[in-house]
Design a protein around this ligand. Structure first.
Ligand code: FRU
Length: 484
């Protein structure tokens, strides 16, 4: 097993999971068993630009210290030789049943969309994420409805009222995104039950996730092929959720059970999230901090031999209308090492002069050395420069939030926008600023912006705030710990 050594990385993330080496994409197999959270991920160890896919495995009890235990699943059978693609964990009697897609590229002259690709659904069992039972092939192309292309993937399994359900993402031969709902009584034999779809909503639906929270039911997915708009769908590919208007496990909900689509994140780097329910009953979401085929330049971390990260684990909560808010799980507060600065109604309450320099004028400037969490309760409009080249702004007359990055730090990440409703104002901003990525949670996590950025100097961070505020608080943050 590889020993983790991140110290030769200039852009080493301090509190975001990175690949041990090479490339990382989707979070997979998220679950908690006997206190341990398992975080598998799509992994190409040999190439920071991505190559054949494996499942790597981190585990943690507290989201602060992590253990990397190596690769659990490799593309080593005829059924998954071209990629152990994304999937999930279903926990039964302390055993993880891992379901995933085995990608197979056939030899020949094929388009690999409608022909030439195998998309097998496989399952293995593991108790620890370190050793697994033999791979079992559960479904092959011929088992899927005939209206589908060869693009079928990303199983997510759950149980309701004694029936097991699996949702799978797909692209039809007519280039429409669909979710398939399968049922099973034994976790091995699966029967197709019905589709979930929305007309004219992209050509492929990846990474479906169907779950309930309180009285609400949701279908999360990562659709491909939606047109960019000013305030929505601004990246190449997107991720969000529908709220169920009818029970999505019922056949009748096929084409009419879905609300409008709410995007999970408005930043430049977010895709393929997965959720799970932990042992405390929390619904936790982790996303891939990256997007497929981005319009931006390749990340400079490639020259350090790695690319991409996972987001912080986020707890989901629903408001009165069922709209979901995301907030870093409570444990993440354990990263706070020191309160560096606090000002309330213009009165300075705390200032750690060793750790940060402060200048007050029209603009409040704080210079600090390390990574941090910033809490801001603005009075109205503001401009918040989170580092050289990163600006987060709120324009109250337009009800518009914008995140803009300069060419130097953004590497072609330019601007992302989010429109609030007429009745809303921004009342809270919580920003987590790591060495090369930022997560900004607005209004109790109703709007989130996740982005990578690559500052020239990673040893100091400069915050500049323009705009009246009720309160501003700054914490320095510690690092994730890794134990091999
Ligand atoms: C999403 C995705 C999945 C697929 C995996 C392959 O990013 O394209 O649909 O299973 O990545 O790495």
């Amino acid at each position: 097993m590889e020993q983790l050594d991140f110290n030769n990385r200039n852009y080493k993330a301090r509190f975001h999971l990175m690949p041990p080496k090479g490339w990382l994409n989707d979070p997979n197999g998220l679950c908690q068993v006997k206190g341990v959270h398992h975080i598998f991920f799509q992994y190409s160890p040999e190439d920071a630009r991505g190559a054949n896919k494996y499942w790597g495995h981190y585990e943690t009890k507290d989201f602060l210290s992590y253990r990397y235990t190596g690769i659990l699943l490799s593309p080593d059978t005829p059924y998954d030789k071209d990629g152990v693609y994304s999937g999930c964990a279903f926990v039964k009697e302390d055993t993880m049943y891992l379901y995933y897609t085995g990608n197979v590229i056939e030899e020949g002259d094929f388009d690999y969309i409608y022909e030439g690709r195998g998309a097998n659904t496989l399952m293995v069992m593991t108790k620890d994420g370190i050793t697994a039972s033999a791979k079992e092939v559960l479904l092959k192309n011929k088992d899927y409805p005939s209206i589908l292309s060869n693009h079928v993937r990303d199983p997510k399994v759950f149980c309701e009222n004694g029936t097991y359900y699996m949702v799978l993402g797909a692209r039809t031969k007519e280039d429409e995104g669909r979710v398939m709902v399968y049922t099973s009584l034994d976790l091995r034999n699966w029967s197709f039950d019905h589709f979930l779809y929305r007309k004219d909503f992209g050509f492929m639906w990846e990474c479906p996730d169907l779950f309930r929270l309180g009285n609400w039911q949701y279908l999360s997915l990562s659709p491909q092929g939606l047109e960019n708009e000013t305030y929505r769908f601004q990246n190449r590919y997107h991720a969000g959720y529908f709220l169920a208007k009818k029970d999505l496990l019922e056949k009748e909900s096929e084409n009419c059970g879905l609300s409008e689509f709410y995007e999970w994140d408005y930043g430049f780097d977010f895709y393929a999230p997965q959720t799970y329910q932990d042992e405390k009953g929390r619904r936790i979401l982790i996303g891939w901090m990256g997007v497929p085929d981005p319009e931006y330049d390749q990340d400079p971390t490639i020259s350090e031999g790695w690319q991409h990260m996972l987001t912080l684990p986020r707890e989901l909560t629903a408001d009165e209308e069922g709209i979901l808010c995301q907030n870093p799980v409570e444990e993440i507060k354990g990263l706070r090492s020191k309160q560096l600065f606090e000002e309330q109604n213009g009165v300075l309450a705390i200032w750690d002069k060793e750790e940060c320099k402060v200048a007050k004028g029209d603009e409040l400037t704080i210079e600090t050395k390390g990574v941090y969490e910033l809490l801001l309760s603005p009075k109205r409009e503001f401009s918040l420069k989170l580092d050289v080249g990163v600006e987060f702004r709120y324009d109250d007359s337009q009800k518009e939030l914008t995140l803009s990055l300069s060419e130097e730090v953004g590497h072609q990440r330019t601007i992302r926008r989010c429109k609030l409703s007429k009745k809303e104002v921004v009342w809270e901003v919580r920003a987590f600023v790591d060495t090369c990525c930022i997560e900004i949670y607005v209004n109790g996590g109703k709007y989130v912006f996740t982005t990578k950025y690559f500052p020239e100097d990673v040893t100091k961070k400069t915050i500049k705030l323009r705009g009246k505020r009720k309160k501003i608080t700054l914490f320095s943050l510690g690092d994730f710990q890794y134990n091999n």
